[in-house]
Design a protein around this ligand. Structure first.
Ligand code: NAD
Length: 400
């Protein structure tokens, strides 16, 4: 009887993936300690001559910019070092002016999701300015006019994806608008774990949980497919093993390397599926009340998993198994529940905030956030639909 149940459960999960479609971008990925030294030769291979670097203020004091300046020499024609979180529209305008003035042919994003995001946004907007046409791809193998190179220094995963968001600060409510275009996926990605040794504990843990959330949402995504599922399950094992070690000792290069492999796989899973309620709620929190992305991820993840418990029990159960939890005689629902408790405990152990009130969200912001969440396409692209603004507010209140 027990065996029959297992068979039926696997059939159902498998059947849901019998029909799928996705597009993979062409990307060169270089991974390894010290690999950033290969930037100059890789850029020569691609033929780029006039590069712009977009990065965040903390990267120069950590010594990460000088080797890039040396590797590129005169080919590095412009630098924008002021990137703040969440790609603000007025920062994009400044970076774009710099890119235009220097006639760049490729943009490097060095840093977390914000620096890589602004590099992607510069690439797309510059193409639009130069051609006078929409930069959006018409066919899946179309290439960009201005290529993006990504050198990630957090675990957020943007380097693998064809997605970027811009936060619009004018109008009544500040909000983040997301663009997905296969052309925007970085053509060259250099993963150098030595560039993550300086990550402060809260950015290590916040972006690490962001990577874990990408895997969980990829598993129950309405557009999931076997490749993304395989990457997500493999990644969950790396992340749950390595993230506590990176938190305990940020200088542990072996743990940093394993964590970056996890982040790479999580980014690969994220790149070809649509995200769901967790991601959508985090974008509302980041775009409207400026909660840092990693912190929003940590607070919302267990709530999103619980919301999807009935609709995605088999997928959440597989996530729990990938975390190393033993199946024993548990049903999918029980296993999924165990996975949610494990994630909650992991987030607590990593010292991350677990309530929105501890991340600066005011109680009277919740109705506005709920209305935005209910109308978000990402939130609604979820195995279980959010039925009303009221239900969105209940979810936010539970997290508050
Ligand atoms: P972030 O890029 O905003 O960086 C957070 C902080 O960490 C910054 O102060 C930065 O200067 C600092 N930092 C980065 N690397 C460092 C290092 N090695 N040492 C010391 N300090 C370092 O944060 P994030 O969480 O990486 O990215 C969040 C943004 O990326 C959000 O806007 C989010 O929406 C977006 N994002 C996009 C995608 C995508 O696929 N497009 C995926 C994930 C996140």
């Amino acid at each position: 009887m027990g065996r029959r149940k297992i068979f039926v459960r696997q059939m159902v999960t498998f059947e849901k993936m019998n029909s799928f479609s996705y597009t993979l971008p062409a990307q060169e990925i270089l991974f390894g300690a010290g690999v950033v030294a290969q930037l100059g030769s890789a850029v020569s291979r691609f033929g780029w001559q006039r590069l712009m670097l977009c990065t965040s203020p903390s990267l120069r004091p950590n010594g990460y910019i000088a080797p890039i300046e040396v590797a590129l020499g005169e080919r590095l024609v412009a630098t924008f070092e002021r990137t703040q979180a969440h790609v603000l529209d007025y920062q994009l305008a400044e970076a774009l002016e710099t890119a235009m003035a220097h006639n760049v042919d490729a943009v490097i994003g060095l840093g977390g999701g914000s620096a890589i995001g602004i590099a992607k946004a510069v690439s797309a907007t510059l193409e639009e300015r130069l051609t006078g046409k929409s930069p959006r791809s018409v066919y899946p193998t179309e290439q960009p006019l201005i290529s993006v190179i990504a050198i990630p220094t957090t675990y957020a995963g943007s380097e693998m994806t064809p997605v970027y968001g811009v936060t619009h600060t004018t109008g009544d409510t500040t909000r983040k608008v997301t663009v997905r275009d296969i052309k925007i996926a970085p053509k060259l990605v250099l993963y150098d774990p030595t560039l993550t040794l300086s990550l402060p504990p809260n950015v290590t843990t916040g972006t690490g949980i962001n990577a874990l959330a990408h895997c969980i949402e990829a598993l129950y995504s309405t557009t999931r497919h076997p490749l993304a599922t395989a990457a997500a399950l493999e990644s969950i094992g790396h992340i749950t093993r390595a993230l506590p070690l990176c938190y305990a000792d940020g200088a542990d290069l072996a743990a940093r390397t394993e964590m970056l492999i996890g982040a790479h796989l999580a980014g690969a899973a994220l790149a070809t599926v649509t995200m769901a309620i967790h991601h959508g709620l985090c974008h509302v929190l980041g775009g409207t009340v400026r909660v840092p992305h990693g912190i929003a991820n940590a607070i919302v993840l267990p709530h999103a998993m619980r919301f999807n418990l009935d609709a995605a029990a088999p997928e959440l159960a597989r996530a729990a198994e990938a975390m190393g939890l033993l199946r024993e005689n548990k049903t999918d629902g029980q296993m999924a529940q165990a996975g949610i408790e494990y994630v909650e405990e992991l987030i607590r152990r990593l010292g991350l905030p677990q309530r929105l009130r501890d991340a600066g969200v005011a109680e009277n912001d919740l109705p506005k956030l709920a209305a935005l969440a209910f109308n978000s396409a990402t939130v609604q692209n979820n195995p279980r639909r959010l039925a009303s603004v009221q239900e969105a507010e209940t979810l936010f209140r539970a997290a508050w």
